[in-house]
Ligand binder design. Structure first.
Ligand SMILES: [Zn+2]
Length: 265
């Protein structure tokens, strides 16, 4: 049996749920990703799970409102379907950052920073978590500059989507791992500032930007709720906050769709 959501929002994480005796042998791909500006499009994906209940995580790429097409293959049989996608309908936000802040976008070290992050997105390791995802800060509410917001950083500059959610908090507030995983990036970078990236397995990574202090180390195994650093205002940031991203195979998904859930539903 194949279960998918009836509809999706742009940027939403979701799962294709597979059940039954042959679920473990099935493969899933999303052919609608072909030809789009997407990381690892239409990859053949093996489900994760146990005891006849399996899932494959999906993502609705920001900027794409075309239906998500999925294909499930098992033993020469093919199940194909499509899920309609609705846009987020947010007006463009013009940040007009000062040249001192927006200048980091021209930093020559930015290319190396982006390449390092892309390498983290390309990792494919087994699912490392077995409990629901948890917030990265204790008791902080996200700002209006929320997930999926289209915005410009400078007057007349290009429109970019906000791939994460911003949580304003005082500098020094502990930043916590949203779930179990392995730290694959920990350091200070021009755009993302004090950055930690955790590989949770199953193609899922979480990223924590702009920290004043990074206490996690590359290669370290962390557990849900473990401190990995402290909130700050480093990199492309105009005030102390945590920028949290949860990506599926490198594409940004809404962190809210993961909170307090084992998988987004
Ligand atoms: Zn942000």
């Amino acid at each position: 049996n194949v279960t998918v959501p009836a509809s999706l929002r742009m940027g939403e994480a979701f799962t294709v749920q597979l059940s039954g005796a042959r679920a473990a042998q099935a493969t899933v791909r999303f052919p609608s990703e072909i030809g789009e500006d997407v990381r690892k499009p239409a990859e053949i994906l093996n489900p994760v799970g146990a005891a006849g209940e399996y899932v494959v995580p999906g993502r609705v790429v920001l900027g794409k409102t075309t239906p998500v097409v999925f294909e499930v293959s098992v033993g020469g049989e093919l199940v194909r379907g499509r899920i309609p996608v609705v846009g987020l309908d947010q007006p463009i936000q013009h940040l007009n950052l000062s040249p001192q802040i927006s200048g980091v976008l021209q930093d020559p070290a930015r290319k190396a920073e982006d390449a390092l992050v892309e390498k983290a997105y390309a990792r494919r390791t087994p699912q490392a978590w077995s409990r629901p995802f948890a917030p990265a800060l204790k008791g902080a509410a996200p700002t209006s500059s929320s997930f999926g917001q289209p915005r410009t950083y400078t007057a007349g500059g290009p429109v970019a989507y906000h791939f994460g959610t911003d949580y304003p908090a005082r500098t020094g507030t502990p930043v916590l791992a949203v779930n179990d995983g392995t730290v694959v990036i920990a350091g200070r970078y021009p755009v993302r500032g004090g950055l930690v990236v955790i590989d949770h397995g199953a193609g899922v990574t979480s990223l924590y930007f702009h920290q004043s202090r990074v206490t996690a180390k590359v290669g370290q195994k962390v557990t849900r709720g473990q401190k990995i650093g402290e909130v700050g205002n480093t990199g492309l940031s105009a005030g102390a906050h945590l920028h949290l991203e949860i990506r599926v195979r490198g594409e940004g998904t809404n962190p809210a769709s993961w909170m307090n859930r084992l998988w987004p539903r």
